[in-house]
Design a protein around this ligand. Structure first.
Ligand code: SAM
Length: 664
């Protein structure tokens, strides 16, 4: 027989333990029970993927994570008597039997019940009793139970099950108005006739069919994934079914689709490249809606603080600073000086003009390390002059600060040339001078207190930033993202206790790093992860993706902007699944459809294009392994996309309104 113990341990480490289940009894039981013995013949090799699988009678074996999660919710203890409704394959009952004293499990399909019985016997699990019948009526002869777990979705918590709980007993059950979509509830019997209830979020189970469940109806087969006798759908088909098509950007219905996130404190909007028009226009449409209809007052973007501050003054109708520097003049200029950003900035100014009340006006802020691109440009200019070899190394190292430049050789070159080290002091001096010059103007500007405090905070750490950035490597990524997160926290605090923010940054900053190669392989953190850790469910992480088209990007750091063709997405990527689904632009809510969600937990490739795009080495340079459904709460898809249009003199001539902050 196949020895899958390594795969089993890996599954427990990666899909159970790493995702927050720490109960030792559960982890131990899951390392012990051979899941491959509970799947249908031919499916053994998939037994340790974290997904549900089809079993006989059109039913499913639950995803391992959900089994662990429900057991943890139920707080099972060694001496407990437990009832399970919905034996299915018997896997969950087997895991529970390794933790508790006795498990009673009921299945309505006689064939499934019998197969499970034989499996328990073969494995020597003697403390499980199986019965065929309607589990909504419970198992009165064996009651009371310390815990009851229901593995199918019900319209409400069946009374019989509530009554068969011991006082202190826990009922874990998916409940929802639709047969195939539920919330996972924990009902605790607190007294003879009293119960408390707790909601653990959206899930998707097959329906609980019975006297105190749903009536038996043949059309369930059409509505649920892997339910009934319908053919199991492919993953692209599942995506197509869950995809919510996106209207035109200017249609109010576009922003309205995102109203579901309007109660969040922070909505983070990603992008899969820094040079794709559709990503900017979509973020603008969503942000307009969140500001106008839901009172968001902070737009915080992946840009330098001083440059964004110039835009902020403009959109809030404040006087321009007397700084001689026009914002966003340095590489990569197209990232903010483009027609899509100009249009959004014009809208924000017009909106703020309408609201007038300054506390309700929406500000525009930069989250990045203070004047990062300015400092980098100054360093490169200096090194180009005094030590071109060191300049080459610096260019590569700065590439690592931007997504996505996985260039192992760059990190590997730890032994920098002698010249590189010799330049350090002079380079830091460049940065200090630049900072001093900018602060002088910021001070004279004076009016904006927050600007001044933010500046002061930055001076304190500038020296450290510059050194770490000069020497590069993963540390500089973490420094940068931690800084961005802290700036966001300060912004929220400064805008008042109810302030809510929209963040625009690349997918690599927004998608929870713990579920990507960044976190798993390189111990990198990012703003999305830090937001989730700090604000929990008050955060929405929304990623963006595309299959092909064109993108504005350079070939090297500091290089010219080029419009490059984006290669069709890799056959093993999430992007390819979205492309194959056949819907050209859509919102995919990753929390709504549990069977789909569990399939999108599997690690696959995802494409990251930053300010640099190297199609020649695309797989190595731009793809990384991620678990999409954990990385994001939702994914926005545009199958075919176009490069942004950088602002040029022709836009002034063509009458782009009020071009002041961009200094055309
Ligand atoms: N826990 C199972 C496992 O680990 O394989 C998965 C269970 S599957 C998601 C749900 C099961 O509930 C199906 O086998 C279905 O036939 C069963 N079921 C639905 N309604 C039921 C009812 N009223 N009584 C007993 N079983 C029921």
């Amino acid at each position: 027989m196949l020895d899958l113990s390594r795969e089993r341990n890996r599954m427990v480490d990666v899909h159970i333990s790493r995702r927050g289940i720490h109960d030792r009894e559960i982890l131990h039981a899951m390392r012990e029970v051979p899941r491959e013995a509970f799947v249908e013949p031919g499916f053994e090799e998939f037994a340790y993927e974290d997904g549900p699988l089809p079993i006989a009678d059109g039913q499913t074996i639950s995803q391992p994570y959900i089994v662990a999660f429900m057991i943890e919710m139920a707080g099972l203890e060694p001496g407990d008597h437990v009832l399970e409704v919905g034996t299915g394959s018997g896997y969950a009952a087997a895991v529970m039997s390794r933790i508790v004293d006795r498990v009673y499990t009921i299945e309505r399909h006689p064939g499934l019940a019998e197969t499970a019985r034989q499996r328990f016997k073969k494995l020597g699990y003697g403390n499980i009793e199986v019965r065929t019948g309607d589990g909504t009526k419970g198992w009165p002869e064996a009651a009371p139970f310390d815990a009851i777990l229901v593995a199918a979705g019900a319209p409400g918590a069946p009374l019989a099950l509530q009554e068969q709980l011991d006082v202190g007993g826990r009922l874990v059950i998916p409940i929802g108005d639709e047969p195939n979509e539920q919330r996972l509830l924990k009902v605790v019997r607190t007294g003879a006739a009293t119960y408390s209830e707790e909601d653990f979020g959206g899930v998707r189970f097959v329906p609980l069919i019975g006297e105190q469940g749903w009536p038996e109806r043949s059309n369930f087969a059409q509505t649920g994934h892997l339910v009934g006798r319908a053919r199991a759908r492919s993953l692209p088909e599942m995506i197509a079914a869950a995809a919510e098509p996106l209207p035109e950007f200017d249609d109010p219905a576009f922003g309205a689709l995102f109203d579901r996130f309007a109660d969040r404190r922070v909505v983070l909007l990603g992008e899969a490249s820094h040079g794709t028009s559709e990503f900017y226009r979509a973020r603008a449409a969503i942000t307009r809606r969140l500001i106008e209809k839901h009172g968001f007052t902070v737009v915080a973007v992946e840009a330098d603080w001083p440059d964004a501050a110039a835009i902020d003054r403009y959109v809030r109708h404040r006087a321009a600073s007397d700084s001689p520097d026009t914002p966003f003049q340095r590489f990569p200029t197209w990232m903010w000086r483009n027609t899509d950003v100009a249009a959004f900035v014009a809208w924000q100014r017009e909106y703020n003009g309408r609201v007038r009340l300054s506390s309700r006006q929406a500000g525009f802020y930069g989250l990045d390390i203070y004047n990062m691109s300015g400092s980098i440009a100054a360093v490169l200019k200096y090194l180009d002059r005094v030590d071109p070899q060191a300049a080459g190394i610096a260019r590569e190292r700065y590439g690592c600060l931007t997504p996505w430049q996985s260039e192992p050789s760059t990190y590997g070159r730890a032994a920098l040339t002698e010249g590189y080290q010799k330049c350090e002091e002079a380079v830091l001096q460049q940065c200090r001078d630049l900072l001093a010059r900018q602060l002088e103007h910021a001070e004279r500007d004076g009016a904006d207190l927050f600007d001044a405090t933010q500046n002061a905070r930055l001076i304190a750490s500038a020296e450290r930033y510059y050194r770490i950035m000069y020497y590069g490597g993963p540390q500089s990524w973490n420094l940068r993202d931690t800084h961005m997160f802290e700036t966001l926290e300060h912004l929220l605090a400064a805008r008042g206790p109810d302030a809510r923010a929209v963040v625009w940054a690349h997918n690599s900053h927004i998608g929870d790093a713990r579920y990507t190669e960044m976190g798993i392989v390189r111990d990198e953190v990012n703003i999305g992860q830090l937001c989730r850790q700090q604000f929990g469910n008050e955060v929405a992480l929304i990623g963006f993706g595309t299959h092909s088209g064109s993108v504005a990007a350079a070939s090297d750091w500091d290089g010219e902007m080029e419009v490059k063709a984006v290669l069709p997405s890799h056959s093993e990527s999430y992007e390819r699944l979205c492309h194959d689904c056949g819907v050209s632009r859509f919102l995919l809510d990753l929390r709504r459809d549990e069977p789909l969600r569990s399939r999108l937990l599997e690690r696959r490739l995802e494409r990251f294009i930053g300010v640099i795009y190297r199609p020649e080495t695309e797989l190595r340079s731009h793809y990384a392994d991620v678990s999409l459904a954990q990385q994001f709460d939702a994914f926005v898809w545009f199958d075919e996309t176009e490069a942004v249009t950088p602002l040029g003199p022709e836009h002034a001539a063509a009458g782009v309104p009020d071009t002041y902050p961009f200094g055309l």
